[in-house]
Structure formats: C-alpha cells, structure tokens
Design a protein around this ligand. Structure first.
Ligand code: BGC
Length: 234
C-alpha cells in the first residue's frame, strides 16, 4: 500500500497560449475548478509569474506547487523557451515562484509532467503533446528520460516535428493535411522508439481524426495538470 500524506498540490501548466492551474489532493485528484488565463504577450518571466500568482489566489489553500514549463528545465532553471520568450533562458523559475507563492516549487518540462499523469509504468511509453509546440516525453518502466526534445528534430521535407505539426502549421495547412502528417509522424516515432504505448495529448489532440493503432491513445489535456502530483513522489 502506498502511503499518502495529506498535502495539497497547486499544479500549474504554462502553455504557449494559456496558463492553467488546479489543486490536487494527496492522491492526485483535482479538488478545485481549473483556472486559466491567456499567456501574456510578450511571454517574459514577470508577466507569466504574475498570471500564475493571480490564478493561485482563486484556488484556495495548498502546501506545494508543481509546474510544467514548455522548454528544457534543469533543477528549476529554464534552459530553453522557444514558444515563450528568450528572457526565460537561465531564469530560476522554481526559486522566483517559490518566493511569490511562499511554498516549495518543483518545475519540469510540460510534456514530462503530462507523461507522468498518463503512463502505466510498464515498458517503453512515449508521450507527445500537440499544442503551440510539439512536446515529447519518454519513459521506461515508469522511469523518465527528462527533457526529450523530439519537437526540434528533423521530421520530413527539411522541417522539424514542431514545424510540421505545431499550432502554426495546423492553422496554415488545415486539419486534413495536419492529420496526414500526424499519421506519418506516428510511423516515424514508432520506427525510432519501438514503444509499447504512445500517448497523444495537448490542446490540439482533440483535432486528431485519423484512425490510431491499438497501442496509440489520445489523452485529455487535463493530464498535463494531473501529472503534477508525481513531482512529489520521490
Ligand atoms: C519545447 C518543448 C515543449 C514543447 C511543448 C517545444 O517547443 O521545446 O520543451 O515540451 O514545445 O510545449
């Protein structure tokens, strides 16, 4: 039996278009209504921190904070932020947010957090997220390989996965073509990783209309927030 403390976790998902928050109980079940604000433009650190602080004030009480950030994050410090703003590079998000919210804060890549909320913990599990950017996360028997950045690797026609399947591409080429590209991406990722399961999440996953192989599953966007509980299960 797993032991549970009774700590509540404020889970934060920073996206290219929206900042989302929810509070999870000690088992990881949501206990508040999800809050959302548009991602400030330009998405520099201070306005994004302000948006999180504002959202947090409507979420009642919580003892700790988990954040999914759309870039490479190491020990709470941001290393890349392609879809937000270059000012994030080198920014100590965990420390800054912890000062604002007066609670301990843990930060990981957004696709990693999404994956932590989705996987079964058995075999090779790959997670991709379709939103503003193209996120990816890889797990072997539940163990995460952090900061996998498939999105910026070559996919086809000289383009990266993100250039072919990110929101800008979806808006440019339309759903039908975007779905065809996704079918090719799934085949390409299967060749590379030979995963047991592939989970597809993110805000645009609801626009997937192609028939999926039996080991490929669409996961709800809320999973990005639900994964927050796992940052505290060490
Ligand atoms: C970033 C990833 C992120 C993904 C989804 C990409 O542009 O490089 O770190 O997970 O977007 O937000």
């Amino acid at each position: 039996m797993e032991e549970h403390d009774n700590l509540r976790t404020l889970s934060v998902d920073i996206g290219g278009s929206g900042v989302k928050v929810i509070v999870l109980d000690s088992k990881g079940n949501p206990i508040t209504e999800r809050g959302r604000l548009e991602t400030p433009k330009p998405a520099t650190p201070q306005p994004v921190l302000d948006a999180i602080t504002e959202l947090a004030t409507n979420q009642g009480d919580y003892e700790r904070v988990s954040v999914g950030f759309p870039g490479v994050v190491r020990q709470g410090i941001v290393e890349t932020a392609v879809n937000l703003h270059p000012d994030w590079i080198g920014f100590d998000l965990a420390t800054a947010l912890s000062k604002n919210l007066k609670r301990p804060v843990r930060v990981v890549n957004d696709a990693d957090m999404q994956g932590l909320g989705a996987i079964t913990g058995k075999g090779v599990e790959l997670v991709v997220t379709l939103g503003t950017g193209f996120g990816s996360a890889l797990f072997v028997d539940g163990k995460l390989l952090p900061n996998l950045e498939m999105g910026h690797h070559r996919f086809r026609k000289g383009d990266t996965y993100e250039e072919q399947l990110g929101r800008a591409a979806l808006e440019k080429v339309g759903r039908e073509k975007w779905n065809k590209r996704l079918r090719k991406a799934i085949a390409s990722l299967h060749h590379l990783f030979n995963y047991d399961y592939l989970y597809i999440g993110g805000g645009e996953a609801k626009k997937v209309t192609i028939e999926l192989p039996p080991n490929v599953k669409i996961i709800p966007n809320l999973t990005g927030l639900l994964g927050g509980i796992n940052l505290w299960r060490d």
